[in-house]
Design a protein around this ligand. Structure first.
Ligand code: CP
Ligand code: NVA
Length: 300
């Protein structure tokens, strides 16, 4: 496994399988109240330049349950290039802590941090990717005993960080991902060229038809708040509501990385339905990230 987890391409399919196996083991142990202190005495620094509930709490609780601890830094403590350069922040943190988890805007800054850090760096979301989320999403689907080789996994909405990581994961793990986005908001063509298992649909209904999983995310990601009103108009037809979901298989699962904007990209009726597994997804961030932390921090 590489030193860092900055994007899905940092992992091989074997790495992903081994993370899923460990996550499963750790989840079972946790549910039996027996989590081993695999990271006793280790510290994870967490840098947040954007808000978070799931990423912050799941990494914090993961480290606590594994016997380690975390230090949270905000923009005020670690504003890149203002009080200190990225390389100097990386070098300093490498002398104190055992790994860094970072949520920020620019993927290149995360790469620069990792380049100058002697310890593992984990991407907790950038404008261009959300790899911990995508791994958790596939883990959650596998738990539901869906045959990933045969499933139709449909993502509707913005071609954003979450969509990009799912595209890269589909290429790596060889599952069929169908995407429908409004014109001008599709994932980059360049990304799709390297992902033969991804189909881009012009027709939203065809994308959702007979799907096993229907996934959506916010129409305006963090940092795009100024565009929210315009995007709400452009994306209106892409709302995941009962009528649209009824085109998928009756057994289809509904996924959303959260936070959800109820009444916009998804209705209450759908997100609160028996088909929704959004809180299983949220919980699994804890178990999958525990496995990532153990693999990267203890080199096992
Ligand atoms: N899904 C996710 O990353 O949630 P947060 O933004 O709350 O961390
Ligand atoms: N695309 C969303 C994901 C939030 C977890 C965002 O970047 O805000």
């Amino acid at each position: 496994m590489k030193k860092d987890f900055l994007c899905i391409q940092d992992m091989t399919s074997t790495d992903v399988e081994s993370i899923f196996n460990l996550a499963s083991e750790l989840k079972t142990q946790q549910n039996q109240g027996q989590t081993k202190q695999l990271l006793a005495g280790k510290t994870l620094a967490m840098i947040f330049h954007k808000p978070s509930i799931r990423t912050r709490i799941s990494f914090d609780v993961a480290m606590f349950q594994l016997g380690g601890h975390t230090i949270k830094m905000t923009e005020q403590d670690a504003e890149f290039g203002k009080r200190e350069s990225i390389p100097d922040i990386a070098r300093t943190l490498s002398r104190f802590v055992d790994a860094i988890m970072i949520r920020t805007f620019d993927q290149e800054q995360v790469e620069e941090l990792a380049k100058h850090a002697s310890i593992p760096v984990i991407n907790g979301l950038t404008d261009s990717s959300h790899p911990c989320q995508a791994l958790t999403d596939l883990f959650t689907i596998k738990e539901k005993a869906i045959d990933c080789a045969k499933m139709k996994f449909t993502y509707i909405g913005d071609g954003n960080n979450v969509a990009r990581s799912l595209i890269n994961l589909a290429a790596l793990m060889n599952f069929n991902l169908h995407i429908a986005s409004p014109r001008g908001y599709q994932p980059e063509a360049e990304l799709l060229r390297v992902s033969p298992t991804v189909t881009i649909h012009k027709d939203l209904q065809k994308a959702v038809a007979d799907a096993d999983v229907v996934y959506t995310d916010t129409w305006a990601s963090m940092g795009q708040e100024d565009e929210a009103a315009e995007r709400a108009k452009v994306f209106a037809k892409f709302q995941l509501n009962r009528k649209l979901l009824d085109l998928a298989k009756p057994t289809a699962y509904v996924m959303h990385c959260l936070p959800a904007h109820r009444g916009l990209e998804i209705t209450d009726e759908v997100i609160d339905s028996a088909q929704s597994i959004v809180f299983d997804q949220a919980e699994n961030r804890l178990h999958v990230q525990k496995a990532i932390l153990v693999k990267l921090m203890s080199k096992c």
